[in-house]
Ligand binder design. Structure first.
Ligand code: UTP
Length: 652
């Protein structure tokens, strides 16, 4: 049995409370000191790896950020691991954690292929701690050690302190992933709590490209501990104690209520208090001219709600709460252009309600015959606006993943799995790989990445679209899911992909199933699913559906399917994207058992109409264009339009 597992561990950034971690540890000596409080968050970037058991060896393949690959291969013995850990250097961290695990648990060896690292190293994002967490988690998952996240953090910490480099206990917080976590440091005790996030926060971290001496900063501030003597020591205690605890509590509240302006203002307030209380203790390092120049820049202030230093502070990195996604992009450009800074985005967002997407691609494609005798229509090529030639299906998988979906299932004709494996997973022969230009090699790596999140589910018989959806029942389980047609291309007119717009509508609509729709001329309705109902919002973008009709005649549509507020002879037609509750599977099951078909097939529309009666279904007017590639002329038009949208400025 293949026991390989995919892992991702992000870096971490300290949003609030820097230095209060070690200050809180001094409670062991002075009980008047308040516990330290920090809020950390996992970064968008991190370490990606595939791991599997390997008898008696510890093998670690590393991808360095500059693209180089290096490898260590050691016997899985405590002596060898400890020696490598103590020697220092890149592999010492991994060896240190492996030593710790080997000492405390019954494990054999492991092979870790860290195939991608997109996290900057030595930028205060704790890349070494992320690596240590990765190794602890790799053993945990491969040998099912049943370690909690907290225990993985502990193993990572114990491993890292065996190396010559030093780390704090805050660093391993990356083990929680891309969620904010509050950590409380009370003497030797460490508590961790995940913090809820009420809205999408757009943060930006920028490397100030300055100098800072962390050892000096720590030495100077530690001089105030455990017992403050001079006035300046009392100021350090005041800030790292009560002032910080209050700021952290208010920041946790702002995160929870989704209040970005307040979170930004709190960062500015924290920086001001930091400057007042801590700079006098270490003026050479903490005065930080570059940091303050960036924070005071008028354009920066226009684009953000506020900001502060990162980590030990000084001229290391700065973080901002941007006003929105577009402002963040502009901020990154501005900082890079005017101050030569390197920027990294950090997103804090509420957990996704919809994690899975289903893409049926098992149809025969009668209307595209005879081409479909040789190639599945979902694999026909399309030229994307960036000038690449891609199978249509790939653009649909990208649409799902770019909208925040974590896993995708593609419904394929039974027996066709190998064809799809070939596209998403099969490695390229070296003689072909060597011919590829750089851009194509990057596409290949992206494809492999994407392939890890794709599953193929066979549809034994082609009994229709509804039947294809039903085949995903066990894989989806009891969650709402996104459904995308396998032969459509979706092009958004806004910054957000069409599927993301629909997922947002699912939230706005209170988690009622929602079908994406567009406005179509009367002449089109005979080809598409058509709906009508009543608008439930002032903007007329959400419609409570009263009736579904599959490919109605124009006469039927004119008599029964008109919708209030639309121009004459304009109808609401189905776009080819859906977010559905799992109740749809029970309905489809009943339909299949009763062999209830329309035009010879188990139709989704029939089930949707039943879902509407049982739970209600909404329609959402997407801001975008969809292209049906399942008909010859429509395919031809799609090819031209998809490519031209960018050139004509219609695409964002
Ligand atoms: P279509 O309605 O376009 O049907 O399917 P089709 O069979 O593919 O094409 P024609 O009508 O014969 O020309 C909509 C989506 O549902 C999938 C198709 O692959 C397409 O992505 N589908 C359809 C299945 O997966 N299984 C089926 O039995 C039918």
């Amino acid at each position: 049995m293949d026991r390989s597992v995919d892992l991702f561990v992000p870096g971490r950034v300290c949003l609030f409370g820097e230095h209060s971690d070690w200050a809180g540890a001094y409670r062991r000596f002075n009980s008047n000191i308040l516990p330290g409080r920090v809020i950390i968050a996992g970064t968008n970037q991190g370490i990606h790896a595939r791991v599997r058991p390997r008898k008696d060896r510890f093998v670690y393949h590393a991808s360095l950020p500059d693209g180089r690959r290096e490898r260590v291969d050691l016997p899985m013995s405590r002596d060898a691991l400890l020696k490598t850990a103590r020697e220092g250097g890149f592999f010492s961290y991994a060896a240190g954690v492996a030593y710790h695990i080997r000492t405390f648990y019954e494990v054999e060896g492991i092979e870790i292929d860290n195939y991608r690292t997109d996290m900057p190293v030595k930028k205060g994002l704790s890349s070494s701690a992320a690596l240590c967490v990765l190794v602890a988690r790799a053993f945990n998952r491969v040998y099912d050690l049943k370690l909690t996240i907290r225990a993985e953090m502990e193993a990572a910490y114990q491993g890292e302190i065996l190396t010559p480099s030093r780390c704090g206990r805050m660093d391993q917080g990356c083990a929680f992933g891309q969620v904010p976590v509050m950590m409380t440091f009370d003497g030797d005790l460490l508590h961790t709590t995940r913090l809820p996030v009420g809205a999408h926060f757009h943060l930006l971290i920028a490397d100030l490209k300055g100098k800072k001496d962390t050892i000096r900063i720590l030495a100077d501030l530690n001089r105030a501990y455990p017992f403050p003597e001079e006035e300046c020591d009392h100021a350090v205690h005041a800030y790292l104690g009560g002032i910080n605890a209050d700021l952290v509590a208010r920041a946790a509240e702002a995160l929870k209520s989704g209040d970005a302006p307040t979170l930004g203002k709190l960062m500015t307030e924290a920086q001001e208090a930091f400057d007042k209380h801590l700079v006098p203790a270490c003026p050479t390092e903490l005065t930080a001219h570059k940091l303050h120049a960036a924070l005071a820049d008028p354009r920066v202030q226009e684009l953000t709600y506020g900001g502060k230093g990162v980590g030990s502070q000084g001229d290391g990195c700065v973080q901002f709460v941007a006003r929105n996604a577009a402002a963040r992009a502009e901020l990154a450009q501005h900082l890079t252009r005017t101050m030569g800074m390197e920027c990294f985005e950090l997103d804090l967002a509420p957990p996704e309600l919809v994690r899975k997407a289903v893409i049926p691609a098992a149809g025969f494609g009668t209307r595209m015959f005879p081409a479909t005798k040789a190639v599945k229509k979902e694999l026909f090529p399309v030229v994307t606006p960036d000038g690449q030639c891609k199978p249509i299906l790939l653009t649909i998988v990208e649409e799902a993943l770019n909208s925040g979906i974590e896993e995708v299932a593609i419904i394929v004709r039974a027996g066709d799995e190998a064809t799809y494996e070939q596209l998403f997973r099969a490695p390229l022969a070296p003689e072909h790989f060597n011919k590829l230009p750089e851009r194509a090699r990057r596409s290949l790596a992206e494809l492999a990445d994407l392939g890890r999140r794709v599953t193929f589910i066979p549809q034994p018989e082609q009994l229709g679209f509804g039947h294809a959806v039903f085949c995903a029942r066990d894989w989806v389980g009891k969650e709402p899911f996104l459904l995308l047609l396998g032969d459509h291309i979706y092009a958004s007119n806004t910054e957000e992909p069409c599927a993301r717009q629909l997922l947002n509508a699912f939230k706005t609509g209170g988690m009622t199933s929602v079908v994406a729709v567009y406005l179509a001329a009367g002449t089109e309705v005979q080809h598409y699913g058509t709906v009508t109902g009543s608008w439930i919002d002032e903007a007329h973008s959400l419609l409570n559906i009263r009736e579904f009709a599959e490919k109605p005649s124009i006469d039927y549509a004119r008599s029964n399917l008109t919708t209030e507020g639309l121009p004459p002879d304009t109808f609401v037609c189905v776009y080819g994207q859906y977010v559905l509750t799992p109740a749809i599977f029970e309905i489809l099951e009943r339909q299949i058992q009763a062999d209830q078909r329309q035009a010879g097939e188990i139709q989704l529309t029939t089930a949707l109409d039943c879902l509407r009666r049982e739970e209600g279904v909404l329609a959402f007017l997407v801001q975008g264009e969809h292209f049906d590639t399942g008909l010859p002329e429509s395919y031809l038009r799609s090819l031209v339009r998809v490519y031209e949208r960018r050139r004509t400025g219609e695409a964002p």
